[in-house]
Write a protein that binds this ligand. Structure first.
Ligand code: NAP
Length: 394
């Protein structure tokens, strides 16, 4: 089919861009962004054309160009980083927040690209219509919103019903993929796991154990993730899940979230000792990158453990004390009667295989403290010698 309208005044030799709907490439039906370029030349009796298909996406064009995605709970610690990186990669983002006028969300409007490509939509996890409006017309959804509390009434229903609502709205909008932020809490809370067992994506927490120990946060996240998988299967939604351990790193939002508070208490003097327990740690930027990586990788599937290392609390306070000796960091364990708890084994190979390089936990701890100082959540040390992050703290 000739790409030019019959009456078009295309008599001159040269190269023309034409609309792709006028032509179909004979090959590469699955290659996105192919655009035809038509070159006209004279043959003896009439004008000829040859067509070259080029990929419209040049090397410098960011991966998210022309794509609209929704991020739920956009003002939160992790979601703010997801929004930031999505905007940097050229995506158009609809961020859901419960109150767009709340100053705690104002940092989002300052992000690079926000003026042109970020819309804040008012939505509550328990209000289906609000989520439906935010998600309609999107290519993908990053579902990060969730209560972060151990109060069963505030935790379980919004986490579970909210997730069901998001998957239903995503199915209705026929989005390409949903990335759900679950938690290691849905993976490793199992009293029957042996110390040799490597925690991987096949592991599920023991729901009765979560209930009996009143760990309502892990209970809520576990039921929410199960609900996400069930709903996605039933409604034909492509779902990928990220299971982060405790997330630390620089804050974009003006308030301190629950996981960063975990470190703050060791610096303010409010924690006089540290617990005899272990914890996984990961940098917030790596968590955000992991979400976008699994969204953009067509072959990504299932769950992805997002963890850099597992440390005893004693290791954490030791690292903090080396970087920031001016703060009243505890030196005593609250339970020295039991043997020191050993870190569990885990694998983060699935994310590494996708190309994610994890930030070392020491750098992560350092950046967390510096960020809390910069945001005014932690008084600056009084001594003159500023600590700095370098590899000799190993
Ligand atoms: N931080 C961690 O260590 C960690 C580790 C593993 C998994 N996760 C998961 O990662 C996600 C984000 O965590 P985060 O640390 O970034 O927490 P965060 O800073 O507290 O952010 C949570 C967000 O969820 C929103 N939200 C809560 N209830 C809502 C509701 N009923 N309707 C709409 N929005 C609601 C909050 O909005 P408001 O501002 O309006 O309250 C907030 O923006 C959560 O799903 C969490 O379970 C976090």
């Amino acid at each position: 089919m000739c790409p030019f309208k019959k009456d078009a005044l295309v008599q001159q030799k040269g190269t023309y861009s034409v609309q792709s709907r006028h032509l179909r490439p004979v090959c590469a039906g699955s290659v996105p962004d192919l655009r035809p370029q038509v070159t006209l030349s004279n043959s003896s009796s009439h004008l000829r054309y040859t067509c070259v298909w080029t990929c419209g996406r040049s090397k410098s064009m960011p991966s998210g160009s022309d794509k609209v995605v929704c991020v739920t709970g956009a003002g939160g610690f992790i979601a703010s980083w997801i929004v930031k990186i999505l905007l940097e990669q050229g995506y158009t983002v609809r961020g859901t927040v419960r109150n767009p006028d709340d100053p705690k969300n104002s940092h989002l409007r300052e992000l690079e690209g926000a003026k042109e490509r970020l819309t804040l939509c008012r939505a509550d996890l328990l209000n289906y219509q609000s989520l439906r409006q935010a998600i309609y017309g999107c290519d993908g959804v990053f579902h990060a919103a969730s209560p972060m509390t151990n109060d069963p009434e505030q935790m379980v229903e919004p986490a579970v019903i909210g997730t069901k609502n998001v998957i239903t709205a995503a199915a209705e909008a026929k989005v390409r993929r949903v990335v759900f932020t679950s938690s290691i809490g849905a993976v490793y809370m199992d009293p029957n796991r042996t110390p040799e067992k490597v925690v991987d994506e096949t592991c599920w927490s023991d729901l009765d154990f979560c209930k009996n120990t009143k760990n309502w946060y892990c209970y809520g996240k576990m039921v929410a993730e199960k609900t996400a998988w069930d709903e996605a299967r039933e409604k034909g939604v492509d779902l990928v899940v990220i299971n982060p351990v405790l997330v630390l790193g620089p804050l974009l939002q003006p308030t301190v979230n629950a996981s960063v508070r975990h470190i703050l208490k060791y610096l303010t003097g409010s924690a006089k000792s540290y617990a005899n327990s272990v914890q996984g740690y990961v940098h917030v930027k790596d968590v955000a990158l992991a979400h976008i990586l699994v969204y953009e990788t067509p072959s990504a599937s299932g769950r992805y453990i997002c963890a850099e290392s597992v440390l005893h609390r004693g290791d954490v306070v030791e690292i903090l004390a080396k970087f920031f000796p001016e703060y009243p960091i505890p030196t005593k364990c609250s339970d020295e009667t039991r043997p020191r708890e050993k870190p569990y084994k885990f694998t983060n190979q699935k994310l590494k295989d996708l190309g994610l390089e994890f930030t070392p936990v020491k750098q992560c701890l350092y950046e967390t403290v510096k960020s809390m100082q910069e945001k005014g959540h932690l008084p600056l040390p009084t001594q003159n010698d500023e600590p700095s992050y370098s590899n000799d703290h190993s």
